[in-house]
Design a protein around this ligand. Sequence first.
Ligand SMILES: NC(=O)C1=CN([C@@H]2O[C@H](COP(=O)(O)OP(=O)(O)OC[C@H]3O[C@@H](n4cnc5c(N)ncnc54)[C@H](O)[C@@H]3O)[C@@H](O)[C@H]2O)C=CC1
Ligand SMILES: O=C(CO)COP(=O)(O)O
Length: 336
Amino acid sequence: MKSTQAFKSIGVIGGGAWGTALASLCAANGIPTTIWAREEQVVRTINDRHENTEYLPDVPLPAPLKAVGSLSMAAENEALLFVVPAQFARTAFAELRSAAGDRQQPVALCSKGIERDTGLLMTEVLSAVWPEALPAVLSGPSFARDVAMGLPTAVTLACADEELGKRWMATIGAPHFRPYLSDDLTGAELGGAVKNVLAIAAGVVAGQGMGESARAALIARGFSEFQRLGVALGAEAQTMAGLSGLGDLILTASSPQSRNMSLGIELGKGRSLDDVLASRNSVSEGVATAGAIHALAEKAGIDAPICAAVAELVSGSRNVDDIIAALLARPFTTEA
Ligand SMILES: NC(=O)C1=CN([C@@H]2O[C@H](COP(=O)(O)OP(=O)(O)OC[C@H]3O[C@@H](n4cnc5c(N)ncnc54)[C@H](O)[C@@H]3O)[C@@H](O)[C@H]2O)C=CC1
Ligand SMILES: O=C(CO)COP(=O)(O)O
């Protein structure tokens, strides 16, 4: 059987924790890899110390990994991993498109969020801004630090073109990083986006000291909401129950290592959102995605009370106590 070729070179667009972990995987696979980072300090420490001191400190990176401060320079590679937070994706796609010209460049979308102002998924923003790009979606339960430390992880790799999907698997796959192929891009990206919103809710439950039973109930009811919503928006139920859906929901709604869950914990303890956001440099995608997903659910006529509650909480329109009281006062109903 013919073995599929990895890409000859990779550009990673985004020098946060996840971009760095993915770049490390590609470089460790022997693929010439260049990562674009906005911050000069990130570029410098990756090149000089083989470490991203800002976003992934104390994790050694492969020496051949090269960092650049020019996005168009990173774009000059055969294929791109896109890891810029969702709210800044549109601007970055536009820059990439002008760098690519007419080239049909493979782009794997690895960010987990929905554009707040338009309600568009990352594949939809990409096709609006850069229609020539060939999209794939990489999503699943995978903390950047775990992946970069070589701990075992498995993710969904969704691509409409199976051959292209296999090239991505050959590029990033490793014994400790196992991609599973799918053709359901919508399902893979919706799972990754919605689980962040539910992880904030799980954090609030923890921060309020409501107990493990309450957190388990939230995950199960959240999953039911998640699946209804996903299917209504064009995802396959099987994808929502897979690595990029339930798998990532379990991870992020169970571990304070998740930035979304830890943000929810702080909100549950009574800290203000502004205060929590001001104290960290990392992104918590669920904050911006909550309102977008709530609007999409309303438009589709889907009952999504947990996402609605998180949207209210982060918009500041209701406080934690009122939101929890309202959720617990909902009428008893059937489970399905
Ligand atoms: N950290 C993780 O374990 C994982 C993260 N992801 C996703 O990857 C994406 C990136 O997250 P991380 O790498 O964790 O980021 P991070 O939280 O480590 O760092 C923040 C990133 O946002 C960038 N940023 C801030 N303001 C910006 C602007 N105005 N324009 C462009 N970029 C800006 C920073 O340069 C930095 O790269 C997110 O969508 C996240 O959900 C997905 C899987 C795992
Ligand atoms: O998506 C992630 C793990 O799969 C990371 O989650 P957080 O962004 O909440 O840290």
